[in-house]
Design a protein around this ligand. Structure first.
Ligand code: ZN
Length: 449
């Protein structure tokens, strides 16, 4: 008898097939003679199912001990767990993933791993009927899935129209599902691709990585990938959560196109911002919306902690640049956008310089915020009205709008220009004296033309 598994495109099932393969690989390394082969999409095991299942349970025991010892290293003071029978340890370990997978009240009576294996199948058989498995399509003993056997399933038996369960899992497909901890164990983010070898290479690359998202982005922009799903998950038998954002060809191409800025962001942005950026790119949403989402937070920071405000301003400006370049298809327009953005930044900084030269402390902070906020609000106005507001600010501060901006600002780009000026007004509180003089000269020049 042989077991044959094919990837289905169902995340949890496929990740389980990878888990099963990883478990078999480890067993083989340890000297177990096992006959199995795999391709990009299939895994075939020429062994008896019950034997494989028992081996799998033993491997899960090793995995649980490995995780346990890692955790102990991290929390040195923690007292060692009381000695437990291997079979109880495995059953408890699986219960961390699946809801009441092994009835907790039966744990005391559990004698051995063989006993556990037998019990699991006895329980399965008592609920099973002959029907078509939703994963391998074979007609054999199967049960409707719920969280007892399926991580990200409803806790009650799955039901659809007329309260009839519609997704079934068979006795053989139970193996990859139980093997999923091998593919999930290391961190809380993974990359899913419906291809066994690709999935494994992602798994290996992310295994001991601390900054997983950074690694994922680096790999996506430097290697050839056409598709990837970033899966964030939380293992909790009672309330597991999962968040998937798929990156298609266009999204990955967009990331590659501006790899330089993304790498810059990888250096400077924190994980949550990076996640936002990737999510927006993945779902093809305008990054500009994301920047506007950050603005109130930046205002708040500018009041309380200038250093962290500067950090956020710089990150927001980087995202703004990424946004501008992603929306421009022609190279010439890209260059204009890039220059325009630089000019807008300089202009914002010169206004900032003026404010801090003429005002001090909280007055300067509040004035900066009121000007920046007026500009941000202008983003929602039609072009001419928004421009009037910019001119008004130019008059109040005595800082003429630079030629580069006057010549290139238009209906398509004024929102970005205003955002860049507004953000740069909140760059840093103490301008350097000499720089001011330089800017003063530039101002006179700009008045001349
Ligand atoms: Zn099946």
């Amino acid at each position: 008898m042989s077991l044959h598994y094919e990837l289905t495109g169902n995340f949890q099932y496929d990740i389980g097939v990878l888990g099963l393969k990883l478990a078999l690989d480890t067993l083989k390394k340890e000297g177990k003679e096992l006959n199995y082969k795999y391709s990009d999409f299939t895994l075939t095991i020429h062994e008896e199912r019950d034997e494989v299942f028992k081996l799998l349970l033993r491997s899960l025991l090793s995995l649980s001990e490995e995780i346990e010892s890692k955790r102990e290293k991290e929390e040195k003071d923690k007292k060692k767990n009381k000695e437990e029978k291997d079979c109880v340890k495995v059953a408890k370990f699986i219960n961390n993933y699946f809801l009441n997978f092994y009835n907790p009240s039966k744990l005391n009576k559990l004698e051995s791993i063989d006993h556990l294996a037998k019990d699991i199948y006895q329980d399965f058989n008592s609920k099973a009927s002959i029907c078509q498995c939703s994963f391998c399509n074979a007609t054999k003993k199967a049960i409707p899935i719920n969280r007892m056997y399926f991580l990200f399933a409803p806790s009650s038996m799955n039901s659809f129209y007329n309260n009839k369960p519609s997704i079934f899992i068979c006795e053989d497909c139970l193996l990859p599902v139980i093997a999923s901890p091998f593919a999930l164990a290391n961190n809380s983010t993974l990359v899913y691709v419906p291809n066994l070898s690709l999935m494994e290479s992602w798994h290996t690359a992310l295994k001991d990585e601390k900054n997983v998202l950074k690694k994922i982005v680096t790999k996506l922009i430097n290697e050839n990938h056409y598709y990837a799903q970033i899966v964030e998950y939380r293992i909790d038998s009672k309330k597991p959560s999962i968040n998937i954002f798929p990156l298609g060809k266009t999204a990955i191409e967009n990331m590659k196109k501006r790899a330089d800025i993304l790498e810059n962001l990888l250096q400077s942005a924190n994980t949550s911002i990076l996640k936002d950026v990737i999510y927006y790119i993945a779902t093809n949403q305008s990054l500009f919306t994301l920047i506007l989402k950050y603005v109130p937070e930046i205002f708040q920071k500018y009041k309380n902690d200038k250093g962290s405000a500067l950090y956020s301003v710089n990150v927001a400006l980087l995202i703004l640049k990424l946004h501008l370049l992603l929306t421009q298809k022609e190279v010439t327009k890209m260059e204009v956008s890039e220059n325009l953005l630089e000019e807008a930044k300089k202009y914002g900084e010169s206004i900032h310089g003026y404010i801090w030269r003429t005002k001090k402390g909280n007055t300067a902070v509040n004035y900066s915020i009121s000007l920046a906020s007026a500009l941000i609000q202008s983003i929602h106005l039609p072009f001419t009205q928004a421009l009037e507001n910019l001119i008004r600010i130019s008059i109040t501060t005595g800082k003429a709008i630079p030629f580069e901006i006057r010549a290139n600002i238009n209906k398509e780009n004024y929102r970005e220009v205003l955002a860049a000026v507004a953000l740069s007004i909140m760059s840093f509180p103490e301008p350097k004296e000499e720089k001011e003089e330089e800017k003063e000269e530039a101002f006179e020049e700009s008045l001349d033309d």
